[in-house]
Design a binder for this molecule. Structure first.
Ligand code: ARG
Length: 267
């Protein structure tokens, strides 16, 4: 995670961002501190990358790369405003002791558009990450990548429209092209379909650890849907970060286990 010490909305690269609507940085810091504390209280270890002046969106650590097992692919941003975040995240990832850390060759906004789902990766395109980046990730991680086309500018990253929940997903079908919505429906017949109201507060921009689901406290229907499936929703208020088009997941780069690595110890 990256503490929002330099957070502001000084440019607009998605429809959530309005440079005339001031952000309260102290409130953003307090909300972020509370999110971090919530993760830690639920047993998660949080590593922090230092934010850099002039990179107000660096708080959205999910965009910095994708980590699966011992491999990390660092991001290459679509917008010049965020370009310098790519090398910053790369350098940080390079210091974490992974076996392989590679900078993306193609436009790739990390976990913003790549959702690790067991032994496959779901990947968004249409606004930021390119289809060529999907192929690049497929080669690098040696995992199948399913390309999904986003069509609604409010849901410009996959992680604003879809959340992985163990073996299934929650998503907002109208954020996807007809073809991609059909792919998802066929692949996840038991998925949770989220209301437009919950999608509009970035309710899908959450993190699931297999039991707890950390998500915005502004979602109204999704918490009940999650409880019905045996998950425990944990609501967090990230209203200041929402002014930049981000919520819980955007603030969090997960280190995913490699589903292919056996967890069974050999005696
Ligand atoms: N203002 C940032 C942008 O438009 C928000 C990024 C949110 N991150 C995410 N993973 N969806 O790039």
């Amino acid at each position: 995670m990256c503490r929002p010490e330099h957070f502001e909305v000084s440019y607009a690269i998605n429809p959530w961002m309005d440079v005339s609507d001031p952000v309260d940085r102290n409130l953003a810091l307090a909300q972020w501190d509370a999110l971090r504390a919530t993760f830690e209280r639920h047993g998660h270890q949080v590593e922090v990358i230092e934010g850099l002046p002039g990179l107000p969106d660096m708080v959205f650590a999910a965009n910095g790369g994708v980590v699966i097992g011992n491999r990390a692919l660092s991001a290459r941003f679509a917008n010049p405003e965020r370009a310098a975040e790519g090398p910053a995240y790369h350098e940080w990832l390079d210091d974490q002791g992974f076996d392989r850390v590679q900078p993306a060759r193609e436009i790739n906004e990390g976990e913003g558009d790549f959702a690790v789902a067991g032994d496959r990766i779901l990947a968004g395109t249409g606004f930021r990450t390119s289809r060529d980046a999907h192929r690049e990730a497929e080669e690098f991680f040696e995992l199948p990548v399913v390309s999904l086309e986003l069509i609604d500018p409010r849901f410009y990253h996959l992680d604003t429209a879809l959340m992985v929940l163990g073996d299934t997903i929650a998503y907002y079908p109208a954020a996807f092209s007809g073809d991609s919505a059909r792919v998802l429906a066929a692949m996840y017949p038991d998925a949770i379909l989220v209301t437009e109201a919950d999608a509009e507060v970035l309710g899908l921009n959450g993190v699931c650890d297999g039991y707890h689901v950390f998500l915005t406290d502004a979602a109204t229907t999704l918490p009940g849907q999650l409880r019905e499936r045996g998950y425990e929703p944990i609501g967090v208020n990230l209203s200041e970060l929402l002014k930049s088009g981000g919520s819980v997941k955007c603030c969090t780069m997960e280190f995913h286990r490699d589903a292919r690595e056996s967890t069974t110890a050999v005696a």
